[in-house]
Design a protein. Sequence first.
Length: 162
Amino acid sequence: MPAIESAGQQDVPALARVFVRCWRDAYRGVVADEIVDALDAAEEERRWSGLVGEHRILVAREEGVAVGMVRFGADEDEPLRGHVFSLYVDPSASGAGVGRALLARAVEELAAEGFASATLWVFSANERALRFYRAAGWRETGRTRVEPEWQALELELRTELS
């Protein structure tokens, strides 16, 4: 099982690398190919540098190498509810339990912070992610959105925290 710890600015290049690799592996056909092809590692490093200070981010490492991450905190729409903003596992570590471990830690920490429930958004065409979250007890709320940046339908999922 990977080591999971809080991410810091020193992890930004690895976070950007995992993000780009995940998008190129999992989102082709989920969002427009032009969006996936336009991902730029340097631009993503700048974005993740800001996100490290904005939300809690946990990074999973195997033999010192970042193989996954989860970003979470208070829901921006409803601050009394927790939210998982993103969960990414490098394709090289897919299927090894890294995502389950990261999600479990995020849920555990959100519950410890006093949140009774949590939400997340997932692309409706990402069947693998939907199966993953449903298996972990997340259920659709009926809310949907299409973010202009991604131009793809997303579903909101929710879980109760204990």
